[in-house]
Design a protein around this ligand. Structure first.
Ligand code: HAM
Length: 433
């Protein structure tokens, strides 16, 4: 049998211990802010029936037409690894009666899968953290959610990330606008790039999103969707802007902002970090009042967003935000020699853990010298030693690590305490460091 090394799938990454502390810190801060806004957590399966995404995201979107990981399971059912979290949340809500005479604020985090060309900020497996609100037609829920996102960014210390908003109106407006846009663009068909020419027949609104400067200059005089909105949509959008201004949330209106998923109506938005490169959208979302009905439920308005965690964390790292700073993993390293000492050490670890101390206990063989080397590496600020003598006397030597205690010379000497009193001695010492 070949012993060749097996590597991770292209575009799918491990998150190793050196990085995972930052991931957890970011996720925890998001979670705190979501909970402060009364959002409750939901977890849905990673695999769903393929129809779910085709019917909600739209058959003509890039996601559904070319990026989904779709396979037949052993029963011959067509299943798909979720490319995003919104459709699954709606499916779960309908199936479990969450929308029945109720409003819901929900948040989620997890892996999503899209077969895109991997590059900085774009992967085939990536994490989204997001939130969805069901049952509110009014723009106040939108302002509340955008304010929540701004809180998250502030709590993470994220900078230079700007909010863009747009309204794409209702279905009828969009259909009319689509016709007007196609009529306008048809005069320039030859000048459009291949991608835009294809989209002219499949999904013309997505041409507005083109990054090609030639296409952009053609678009400069194209009709604006904002001029095509119904009075209702116009008022809705105006009220949202009023609320955002009142909350001190800075935004720009980008009339060319359309989303890559078909389910939106009225408000859409993106938070963009221009310094990051091509994949600069950190967070995106909008209103989707038709999806619940589209998927077989009773009409229920929806509004939500998702942030790409890889992008968010890379930007925070580039900005050297406080949340990315290394924090020490353990407080105490427990050295022990001999069976009796090891037995006592494991017991002492239990008591220290109960008191909230983070302890790395030496396991396996190892001379005193070797154990001290490991203690140094562990970043612990205190080493506890139970050697054979200490074990027989039921004592423990407490040694503040010199290099961790620069400038606190009075604490630098080692002392001995009874094992019974060790927890108190250690917690007091930790407080003083
Ligand atoms: P989306 O714009 O497709 O929207 O994705 C949201 C965010 O996920 C993006 O802005 C980006 O940060 C991240 N993202 C997307 N694709 C990738 C990728 N291949 N690699 C790394 N990060 C990626 C949605 O998914 C909607 N479900 C958002 C939403 C929620 N709308 C309403 N509710």
């Amino acid at each position: 049998m070949s012993k060749q090394q097996i590597n991770a799938v292209r575009g799918m990454n491990d998150i190793l211990p050196a990085e995972s502390a930052v991931w957890l810190a970011v996720e925890n801060r998001c979670r705190d802010v979501f909970e402060q806004h009364a959002y409750q957590h939901i977890r849905t399966p990673v695999v769903e029936s393929t129809h779910l995404f085709a019917r909600s995201i739209g058959a003509d979107t890039d996601i559904v037409s070319k990026e989904m990981y779709t396979f037949e399971d052993r029963n011959g059912d067509s299943l798909t690894l979720r490319p995003e979290g919104t459709a699954s949340t709606v499916r779960a809500g309908i199936e479990n009666g969450l929308f029945y005479n109720q409003q819901q604020r929900l948040w989620y985090v997890g892996q999503m899968f899209r077969h895109e060309r991997p590059q900085k900020g774009r992967y085939r497996q990536f994490y989204q953290i997001g939130a969805e609100a069901y049952g509110w037609k009014s723009p106040d829920i939108e302002a509340e959610m955008l304010s929540m996102i701004q809180h998250v960014f502030q709590r993470l210390g994220l900078q230079k990330t700007e909010l863009q908003i747009n309204s794409i109106g209702d279905t009828q407006t969009r259909a009319e606008y689509r016709r007007n846009l196609v009529t306008y663009l048809q005069d320039y068909t030859q000048d459009l790039d291949e991608d835009s020419q294809r989209r002219l027949t499949t999904n013309p609104l997505r041409i507005l999103d083109s990054k090609n400067p030639d296409v952009q200059s053609i678009l400069a005089s194209a009709p604006s969707i904002l001029d095509a909105l119904s009075p209702e949509s116009t008022n809705h959008f105006a009220r949202l802007q009023e609320l955002l201004i009142n909350l001190g949330i800075v935004f720009t209106i980008n009339p060319k902002l359309v989303r890559g998923l078909d389910y939106y109506n009225d408000t859409v938005f993106e938070w963009v970090n221009a310094d990051f490169g091509a994949q600069s959208t950190v967070c995106a979302g909008g209103r989707y009042d038709g999806m619940v009905e589209q998927l077989g439920g009773r009409t229920t308005p929806g509004f939500g967003f998702a942030m790409g965690l890889e992008r968010l964390i890379q930007i925070l790292q580039e900005q050297e935000a406080h949340v990315t700073k290394h924090t020490r993993a353990v407080d105490v390293y427990l050295v022990s020699l001999g069976d009796l000492a090891r037995t006592q050490a494991l017991l002492l670890q239990q008591s220290l853990v109960n008191a909230g101390v983070r302890v790395q206990s030496h396991c396996g063989d190892g001379s005193i010298k070797n154990q001290f080397k490991r203690a140094d590496k562990s970043e612990a600020v205190i080493v506890l030693v139970i050697g054979e003598n200490e074990a027989h006397a039921n004592e423990v030597s407490i040694k503040p690590l010199r290099n961790q205690l620069d400038g606190q010379s009075e604490l630098q000497s080692q002392f001995t305490a009874a094992q019974k009193g060790a927890v108190e001695a250690v917690t007091n010492l930790l407080k003083s460091l």
